[in-house]
Design a protein around this ligand. Sequence first.
Ligand SMILES: Cc1cc2nc3c(=O)[nH]c(=O)nc-3n(C[C@H](O)[C@H](O)[C@H](O)COP(=O)(O)OP(=O)(O)OC[C@H]3O[C@@H](n4cnc5c(N)ncnc54)[C@H](O)[C@@H]3O)c2cc1C
Length: 486
Amino acid sequence: MALMTGKQYKESLNDGREVYIDGEKVTGNIADHPAFKPIIDVKARMYDINHEEKYKDRCTVTTEDGDVICRGYSMPKTKEDLTSIRTYVETVLDDLGGVVYRVGDETIGEMWSLFDAQETLNEIDPTYADNIKNHIERIAKEDIYHVSANTDPKGDRSKLFSGKAGAENNLLRVVEENDKGIVVSGAKFETAAVYAHQAFVKPTISNWTDESMLPYASGFICDMGAPGLKHICRSPLGKNRSKENYPISTQFDEIDTLLVFDNVLIPWENVLFHNNLKSVQFIRKNVHRYSAFNYVIRLLRRADLLLGTAVLNVEQTGLTSLPAVQEKLTELICYRETINAHLTAAVASAELSPGGLMMPNQSLLYTGRIFALKHFPAMAHLTRELVGGQIAITPDIETINHPEVKPYIDQFFTIGDWNAEERTKLLYFARDLLDSSHAGHQISFELFAQAPPFAQYAATFNNFDLNPARELVKKAANIKLPELVR
Ligand SMILES: Cc1cc2nc3c(=O)[nH]c(=O)nc-3n(C[C@H](O)[C@H](O)[C@H](O)COP(=O)(O)OP(=O)(O)OC[C@H]3O[C@@H](n4cnc5c(N)ncnc54)[C@H](O)[C@@H]3O)c2cc1C
């Protein structure tokens, strides 16, 4: 099968998947349901982009076998490939006019981490290497929308695996093996699962060292329409809101799901590792080797949205020439450019992976991710300050268009070339970027969706070579000790 169209994608979701939202069990195709339609339309547009002549070079690539595939699904083998992936993501986001994260190109990177691990995984257990290879090829060839499931609702974290907190019944686990495959039960939190085709399901973050953990130590591809799978979704953040008042929430809300596996059969050909602690240790350590790159590109676009919102606001209120305002804008510029620098340097000093792929420089990528996440709330606050109090007190569009109100709005909201209509558009955009429930949700999403901060710090620490600094000080202080290796 070749590149999918938006229409084919929407039709493909009509597979009888079991979906619950806002107290309702959804019947019919979820693509037509008002809760999911906006974000499904966004993903459908992404599929259509790949068919348009003007985007062909940036969004698709022809493989050695002559297949045309999405650029975001092509494994990077050179530094130029990494740059092309960045161009692809930026092209798509610019066309959409907003930032979406969990739309396939980010999550596919987890499969490339598995590709890198083939030799190691083969040594541990050769049974599943073909499955990994086949799935990586299949996702690209069939243009499959592939997402990621890591986090179980874990219960008492201090008693995980202890058998004392009922957690052993909650954690996703294998409950049966038969000639068709493994049968799994448990649950995962997962953004976009409800409108994706499949997920790479794997064990959650933990110290995977104890033999008692073996029933939980499996990774597999699960079809999102599989019998026994239940999508229990959170309410859309743009619900009952108009596009004019909430231009971001109503278009780009990526719905999160509690995905319940009630005795779901995973066919053997979809099992990527099974009953194996070393495989879990590997994937947990390297899961974001590639996907963090696509993630940080999105954080750069979010930085651009902050900067653009701030600068337009101070321009229309005539504040740009004040040195104190320029300093605040410069802080936003430094934030934006530091993320850009991490991405650029991560490509310039990219490294060959153990599997022969080109991976972004891991230390620079992970430090960039922490920098972007850590400073986002402060930068959002700075932008909020520059936009001013009107972000929170501007009446909605229905009120300002009321014939008896409109003259007052025109009087009090117009500033020079900025008439009331254009000014309120900017204020509504700023509100949805910084002050709405969607804005708050995005901060939590960015903080947690790739991993909680402590795990991101661990990834950064583990990918930085401390020896040069250690040796520098030993030499400078004339310390005579043998070289220490961490
Ligand atoms: C909007 C949103 C979307 C998400 N989408 C997905 C998704 O698509 N797929 C997916 O798999 N998951 C997803 N998640 C889940 C996310 O990955 C988890 O929330 C995250 O990994 C943290 O796990 P937890 O919530 O169980 O927190 P916990 O493990 O309970 O941790 C909570 C906090 O306790 C502290 N803590 C816990 N353990 C340690 C430790 N060992 N060392 C130091 N401090 C610790 C930290 O401060 C941590 O942030 C999403 C989360 C959000 C908020």
